[in-house]
Design a protein around this ligand. Structure first.
Ligand code: AMP
Length: 856
């Protein structure tokens, strides 16, 4: 098995080397440099959008893998008003024509506070800013599958690539969805300067009963008998094979790679093509890739006569070139036509038949040193100062052997590293967690090694201390595999146990784990559900905070309810809240004009980060409306201190609430009267399950929005009247429960006892990791929060146990069955939440149903 893998890999390397070495013309496989969204070469003013949700989600924040904390972490359009959302776009002006081979998209992660992304999108492009073309793949599909979570970068090859100056990303979504995007374009500058070609439409050949189509199937201009004002297959960087019936591209029709014509249709014996350029250039040569399968009546041209035009008229004296028509080799080849340094902005060439058929797959122009040694349209800034224009690696003619060699070497090293990891990783490997952690680290590092050669540019280009961009900005994305799903970044390794472990000592300055870039966010998340759905559209309308400002003087302080990360939480009376909201809240204990509310205040000395987090929590909460989610009613953010006003939950948090209760025995449960009497200190099993049902219901709602809570636990649920439970704390950790969090080297604060193995080891937070946390929360509920999960284990041992979950050799320790928990609920439900394979864990929908059934 391993030998087979090695052979395959070796074959892959050889193929890659060949591919790299053979190509020396327009080469989409080499032309894959990030064009500057991440690296900053594209200026803010060149990034625009149809609309924006708020100033902090303006177009300039739509840079992939870039979040300097200024904005809210992505471009987010205003509410999608069109049914398919196609009105909205993020536009990048590349300032000159570029050959774009690859695009990357990412959602709004914003250190864990964002969860909006475009699951699908389309691309429009333009060379002149006025004529726009909808990109479609070789099979005519326009919609590109985008992101499945807010953080992973998803790269998509543009097949065919586009030649454009302006590119628009257009999220495709239901109008009720909020999407946010960060993007990058990959490619190189299009130095040919060719803006369009005009050719007669290709013909159809019948070869032994087989239909062979030689049309220009990706032409992006006007289609008629003659194709005009566009570019297509002749500039897509794909060269035809010797046998025109076959194609480089999988599952395309015979003849796909070529545009071809039958001599019989041309009375004058030649095909006339007109090439238009961006400006007057000094042309040295033209290269035409021709098929020469003369055994089937196809041959390269026998003569090319090219006319030139700098102004309105064609000059009289053409350049004529007669290549030696190869009557021996049937290999397809590039034929170079010298153009004698003629100056022109338009070239008209007549290619004369030498056989029945003439098939071309590519045409390229070289316009002399005047073009390649001067910067055609230099970007305003951002190019490394030590990069000569002629050396700009984003230039299209990337035929430097050194680059090819370096590229190959990096690819080989990456592949070798992978092989080493495969060989090293054996199921019966080292037993101790330290060892397994090392292996995991190595594995992640190796995976990263493959990625870094492709993606390191994103980070390194930003990190130079003098603020200049480094050459690594231009590191290419190597086309090593078909699907470029970025396994993302390994920013920090696992916590180092050897180092002394501090416990969380006060919340000041201690970032919540969601903000800490801990380790690789590997693979795309399991997304069972669609993207964020705006539940209450008018909550979003236009404004940034999306919540109405409540007059502060209408709040009357009653008592302090507690203290959280941001400051104190007060019970207040809100005068006229119902009128303010225009709703009848019909809450017990509230009269018409006075409503009891909880007011969370940001402490006065809060730093900028805390302030941002506070505002972000407002934004998150303002989007949520469910009976089992604590509702944000209004805000006071016009002046300091910032306040959020939420519904008041009389019984505080669920952990404290349950901790003070005792479980009613089954026999006692029958006595309804007793239940009433002792209701304050005792609780029945069915009531506990009722609470779990409500949490599952709230989580079901969140998962329907693809919202990952990341910190589900009883401490983060609040209890109202009649055992009403609502989920709260969207991204906050609390002083009171600091023991539940594990602090990694002063950076990350992690509720490790509630976290899935993949969240701890891979930094991966998904619906399925929320399901894991739900299992622990259910365990807490059924033990009435009398002890912390894994209370007999230290934090280090909990992490060690996580390693066992990862290895899955039966050595992992599960939380025990709570005494009151029926066997079926434990095995079918609780344990299923902690399955190693995230995909095998139940959904909240399923658990909700299961819990309801267990109540019946
Ligand atoms: P937090 O800042 O959300 O961590 O809350 C701090 C404390 O305030 C907790 O101990 C809660 O018991 C209490 N608290 C927060 N929100 C509410 C609410 N809506 N109703 C009642 N008590 C609350």
């Amino acid at each position: 098995m391993k030998v087979m893998e090695l052979k395959l890999l070796t074959r892959g390397v050889v193929f890659f080397l060949l591919a790299a070495a053979v190509r020396a013309q327009v080469n989409p496989e080499m032309c894959r440099y990030p064009l500057g969204m991440t690296g900053g070469q594209i200026q803010d003013e060149d990034i625009s959008a149809s609309s924006r949700w708020s100033e902090s989600t303006a177009a300039r924040f739509g840079r992939l893998d870039f979040d300097n904390g200024d904005g809210d972490g992505a471009w987010c359009p205003d509410i999608m008003s069109e049914p398919d959302g196609l009105k909205e776009y993020l536009q990048v002006d590349l300032r000159s024509l570029h050959f774009v081979t690859l695009v990357g998209t990412q959602g709004r992660h914003a250190d864990g506070m964002g969860n909006e992304f475009a699951q699908r999108y389309m691309i429009k492009y333009s060379r002149d800013g006025s004529k726009w073309v909808d990109w479609s793949d070789r099979k005519g599909r326009q919609v590109i599958e985008g992101n499945r979570n807010a953080y992973d970068v998803v790269l998509k090859d543009l097949e065919p690539p586009i030649i454009a100056r302006f590119v628009r990303f257009m999220p495709v979504t239901d109008h009720s969805m909020i999407v946010c995007m960060r993007v990058e374009l990959y490619g190189c500058e299009w130095l040919d300067g060719l803006t369009s070609y005009s050719i007669p439409d290709g013909h159809q050949m019948i070869y032994r009963g087989l239909d062979v189509y030689f049309n220009d199937s990706v032409y992006d201009g006007a289609l008629a008998e003659r194709l005009t004002k566009g570019l297509g297959q002749l500039t897509d960087g794909t060269w035809g094979l010797d046998d025109f019936l076959h194609s480089h591209i999988y599952s395309m029709w015979p003849g796909y790679d070529y545009v071809g014509w039958n001599n019989k249709s041309f009375t004058k014996g030649y095909v006339e093509m007109i090439f238009e350029f961006d400006r007057v250039r000094n042309f040295t040569s033209m290269k035409v890739h021709c098929n020469n399968l003369f055994s089937r009546g196809v041959r390269m041209f026998r003569q090319a006569s090219c006319y030139f035009r700098s102004g309105p008229d064609w000059e009289a004296d053409p350049v004529t070139f007669r290549p030696t028509v190869d009557r021996v080799s049937q290999i397809a080849r590039f034929v170079t036509v010298p153009l004698g340094d003629r100056t022109a902005s338009g070239i008209k060439c007549r290619f004369h038949f030498s056989d029945l058929w003439m098939l071309f797959s590519e045409v390229a122009f070289q316009s002399g040193s005047a073009v390649y040694n001067t910067s055609l349209t230099p970007r305003k800034h951002g190019h490394p100062t030590n990069t000569l224009p002629g050396e700009d690696p984003t230039h299209k003619l990337d035929d430097s052997n050194t680059r090819i060699l370096i590229g190959c070497l990096v690819a080989i090293i990456a592949i070798l590293l992978t092989i080493i990891v495969i060989i090293l990783w054996r199921p019966g490997g080292p037993k101790s967690f330290d060892a397994s952690r090392r292996i995991l680290d190595d594995e992640l590092t190796a995976r990263l090694a493959i990625q870094t050669q492709a993606f390191s540019s994103h980070h390194s280009s930003l990190s130079t201390e003098d603020g200049s961009t480094s050459n690594s900005t231009y590191e290419r994305i190597f086309p090593l595999c078909a699907d470029y799903q970025e396994p993302s970044r390994l920013i920090r390794k696992l916590p180092e146990f050897a180092q002394s472990m501090e416990h969380l000592g006060g919340s000041d300055g201690a970032p919540h784990y969601a903000e800490a870039d801990i380790i690789s966010l590997q693979e795309s998340s399991d997304s069972r559900s669609p993207s964020i759905t705006a539940v209450n559209m008018n909550l979003f309308a236009g404004t940034d905070s999306s919540m109405k400002e409540f007059p502060r003087d209408k709040l009357t302080f009653k008592e302090k309810l507690g203290e959280g990360q941001f400051g104190e939480v007060h019970l207040c009376e809100a005068e006229g809240m119902q009128d303010f909201l225009g709703e009848d809240l019909s809450l017990e204990g509230n009269n018409e004009s006075l409503l009891l509310v909880a007011v969370k205040t940001l402490r006065e000395d809060a730093n900028k980060n805390a302030r941002n987090d506070f505002l972000k929590e407002i934004r998150i909460m303002s989007r949520l409306r469910d009976p089992n989610i604590v509702r944000l009613l209004a805000v006071c953010v016009d002046t300091d201190p910032l306040c959020m006003i939420t519904e008041y939950m009389e019984n505080g948090d669920l952990n404290q609430f349950l901790c003070d209760l005792r479980l009613k025995e089954a026999t006692e449960e029958d006595k309804a009267e007793q239940e009433e009497k002792e209701g304050e200190s005792m609780v029945s099993y069915s009531k506990l399950i009722g609470m779990a049902v409500q949490i599952a219901s709230g989580m079901k709602y969140l998962s329907s929005l693809n919202f990952v809570h990341r910190d589900l636990a009883t401490r983060n649920c609040l209890v109202g009247k009649n055992y009403t439970i609502k989920i709260a704390d969207f991204g906050m950790s609390r002083n009171l429960y600091r023991g539940d969090y594990y602090r990694i080297q002063g950076r990350a604060v992690l509720p490790i006892r509630w976290m899935s193995w993949e969240s701890i080891l891979l930094g991966k937070f998904t619906m399925a990791s929320d399901v894991w946390a739900f299992g622990v929360t259910l365990w807490e509920i059924l033990t009435l929060c009398k002890e912390q999960p894994y209370s007999q284990l230290s934090d280090e041992q909990v992490i060690e146990n996580t390693g066992e979950f990862f290895r899955d050799q039966g050595k992992q320790v599960y939380l025990p069955k709570p005494p009151c928990c029926p066997e079926r609920v434990y095995t079918d439900l609780m344990l299923s939440c902690w399955r190693r394979n995230a995909k095998q864990r139940p959904s909240f929908q399923e658990m909700h149903t299961q819990l309801m059934e267990s109540l019946a």
